[in-house]
Design a protein around this ligand. Structure first.
Ligand code: DC
Length: 411
C-alpha cells in the first residue's frame, strides 16, 4: 500500500501524512527531509550535493537543524539538481519496499517516485492561508515572526519548486485535490483515511456480462465510430469514485463507461427498470435505479452502497438526457451523493454521441474527456445551497471541457 501525498510548502501535507501513517500502521517518509539533509550535509562537509545524496542514510534525518527555514530554502535549491533527485529516488523506493508499504509526502511522489500509488492526494491551500499557519506555528514556538516575510518566502519557494526543470511540483493528473484553506486537520484525516481504506480493498473482477459488454462497446467505438477519448490518466484506479458526465444520448453510459479503466456502475431512472426484460438487461450491466423526487436520500441508496464499498459510479448531474445541446442546470444529486459518501468526483464531458449515424459515416467525431478529481463538499449533511453550489461547480468544469472540445471540432 503506497499513499502519495504531494503539495507546496506549508500546505499541511506532512501532518496529514503522519496521521495517515499512524492510522494504518505504515511507515512515513517525509521526503522533504531528504533534500534538507542533502543541502545540510553538503554545506557541512564540502561535498557536492550529488555526492551527499548518494551516501545519505536514515540517521542523518534526525538532525533538528534540518527543520529550519534556511534548511528549507537550501533544500529547494539542491532539489533542482538532477543527480540529487536520481540518488534520492532510489532511497525513497527502497524505503517503501522494505516495509510492504508506506506513506510518503513531498513534491513528486505521485508523479515520479510512485506513479502507481494506491492513493494520490495533492494538498493545497492559498499562499495566504499557508503563510498564516506557518506564522502561528512559529509564534507558538515563541519565535518572532513576520507575516509579510513568511508570505514572501512561501511564494519564492513555490516559484522555485514549480519552475525547476527536473520533477517540478505538479499535481499528478489522478491526484485528488485536497484544498485545506478551509478544511481542518481532523476533517482532512477523515476524508483521506476513508479513501485509503477503500483503496486498499481488493478489486473484484467484473462479471462476464460486464466484461463482454464493455469489450464490445470499445470494439464498436474503435472500428465503427469516429471516436476519441482523452484524460483517462486523470481517473483514480482505486477507491470510491463518482464520474459526473453531461448527458445527450442513450449511448453515453456505455461509451463513457466502457472506456474507463475500472468497472463502473450506472445510475438510471427507476422508470427504465419497469420493462422486466430491459430492466434485467441493464441491471446485469451494473445499472442501479434511482428514485427521484422528495425521497432523494433513499433514492440514492443503491449508488451509496457501491461507493461505500469503494466502487465507482457514473452519474449525470443534469438528471436527464438533454437533446437541446445546451447544458442544463444540474440537480443537487451529485453533491449530495459525494458529500454523503465522502467521494471524489471526476467531471466528464461527451459530445457528438447524439449523432451516432453521422459518426459512423465519419461526419461527426464523438469526443469524451475527463477532468482531474475534485474533493467532495465539506460536510456530510450539507445544506441545500452547498450541494447546489458543488453541482454547479462540477457543471462549470464540464462546460469548460466542452468548450475545449468544440474549439477542436471547428479547427
Ligand atoms: O517539504 P519541505 O519543505 O521539507 O521540502 C523542502 C524542499 O525540498 C522543497 O522546497 C522542495 C524539495 N523537495 C522536492 O523537491 N521533492 C520532494 N519530494 C520533497 C521536497
Amino acid at each position: 500500500m503506497i499513499i502519495a501525498i504531494d503539495g507546496p510548502a506549508a500546505s499541511g501535507k506532512g501532518t496529514l501524512a503522519q496521521r495517515l501513517a499512524d492510522h494504518f500502521k505504515l511507515p512515513h517518509l517525509d521526503t522533504g527531509l531528504l533534500y534538507r539533509a542533502v543541502g545540510w550535509l553538503a554545506g557541512q562537509t564540502g561535498q557536492t550535493p550529488a555526492a551527499a545524496a548518494a551516501y545519505l542514510d536514515a540517521a542523518d534525518l534526525d538532525n533538528p537543524a534540518l527543520r529550519t527555514d534556511e534548511a528549507g530554502q537550501a533544500a529547494s535549491k539542491v532539489a533542482a539538481i538532477p543527480e540529487v533527485r536520481v540518488n534520492l529516488l532510489k532511497f525513497q523506493r527502497e524505503f517503501a519496499h522494505q516495509a510492504s508499504g508506506a506513506v510518503l509526502d513531498g513534491r513528486d511522489i505521485g508523479t515520479v517516485v510512485f506513479p502507481d500509488a494506491d492513493l494520490k492526494i495533492y494538498v493545497t491551500a492559498t499562499p495566504e492561508a499557508r503563510a498564516e499557519r506557518r506564522f502561528l506555528e512559529l509564534q507558538g514556538k515563541g519565535e518572532t515572526a513576520d507575516r509579510v516575510a513568511i508570505l514572501g518566502q512561501i511564494r519564492e519557494r513555490d516559484r522555485r519548486d514549480t519552475e525547476r526543470a527536473t520533477s517540478p511540483l505538479t499535481r499528478a493528473p489522478d491526484a485528488i485535490l485536497l484544498d485545506t484553506t478551509e478544511l481542518g486537520l481532523e476533517e482532512q484525516v477523515v476524508l483521506a483515511s476513508r479513501w485509503a481504506a477503500l483503496a486498499m480493498k481488493p478489486v473484484r473482477r467484473p462479471t462476464l456480462i460486464y466484461s463482454f459488454g464493455s469489450g464490445f462497446t470499445r470494439f464498436f467505438a474503435r472500428w465503427f465510430l469516429d471516436f476519441t477519448i482523452q484524460g483517462l490518466d486523470r481517473v483514480p484506479r482505486k477507491g470510491p469514485l463518482i464520474v459526473a458526465c453531461n448527458h445527450i444520448s442513450f449511448w453515453d453510459p456505455p461509451l463513457v463507461g466502457a472506456h474507463l479503466p475500472r468497472e463502473m456502475h450506472f445510475v438510471a431512472k427507476a422508470e427504465l427498470f419497469h420493462n422486466p426484460l430491459f430492466g434485467a438487461l441493464i441491471r446485469s450491466y451494473n445499472s442501479i435505479p434511482i428514485q427521484r423526487g422528495a425521497k432523494s436520500r433513499s433514492g440514492l441508496r443503491g449508488a451509496e452502497e457501491v461507493l461505500t464499498a469503494g466502487g465507482a459510479v457514473l452519474i449525470f448531474p443534469e438528471g436527464t438526457r438533454n437533446k437541446s445541446g445546451e447544458l442544463l442546470q444540474p440537480r443537487g444529486g451529485v453533491g449530495r451523493l459525494a458529500a454523503l459518501t465522502k467521494t471524489p468526483v471526476v467531471p466528464a464531458c461527451i459530445t457528438g454521441s447524439d449523432q451516432i449515424r453521422r459518426s459512423m459515416r465519419r461526419q461527426v467525431r464523438i469526443r469524451v474527456s475527463f477532468g482531474s478529481p475534485v474533493m467532495p463538499p465539506r460536510s456530510e449533511n450539507p445544506e441545500r445551497d452547498e450541494v447546489r453550489a458543488f453541482a454547479r461547480m462540477i457543471m462549470d468544469r464540464i462546460r469548460a471541457m466542452r468548450e475545449e472540445q468544440e474549439a477542436k471540432t471547428w479547427k
